[in-house]
Write a new protein. Sequence first.
Length: 217
Amino acid sequence: MKIYRLPEKLKTIVFDIDSTLYTNDAYVSHQSEVQLRRFAKVRGISEEKARTMFDDYRSEWSKTHGGKKISECNTLAALGIPIETSVAWRNELIEPERFLSRDEKLFEVLQTLKESYALLCVTNNPSDVGRKTLSALGVENCIETVIGLDTFGKSKPAREPFEEAARRTDAAIEECLSVGDRYDIDIALPLDMGMGGILVDGVSDVYELPNVLHKAI
């Protein structure tokens, strides 16, 4: 866990979902692979060639953007797949229930945080996939709002989902904290906007949030 900034007055915690509220490499790979296979099929190319196109574009983008990383959805958009199509593919193909199960510890942690803060999620998956993921983890009742790829048709990092998170919880930007596993996608922009930011290595770091926030705020 790396704490970049904590709000002086914390009202809202904005969680990423994937690789933040769970740690499951097989599910992460599943999400990437089903989209890559569909991309290859649509383009009429091999999966190997599709993977090379992905990797080459992301590598070149990183070189020309100071080493930053680009999201999978924005990579697909650059390769000619509109956001709306990515939303449809993800809704059709991603199956969190095959990989995830109830996380009692996460449930307890989120219930504890919910007593003091508004909790919501901003994800680069469609909101329905985000909700299905929360349901598979057994925490769907802990987080009422999921702002997804389909909400604005924009992939993180984008301002609109984070601004909407503040609006929906009646919080100032400076009263929000973004928690996620990818600095360039989940943390950098919220920090620039004035939010707090905590970078996590996975759900084991999320388990520690109540203690971290209790000591710091």
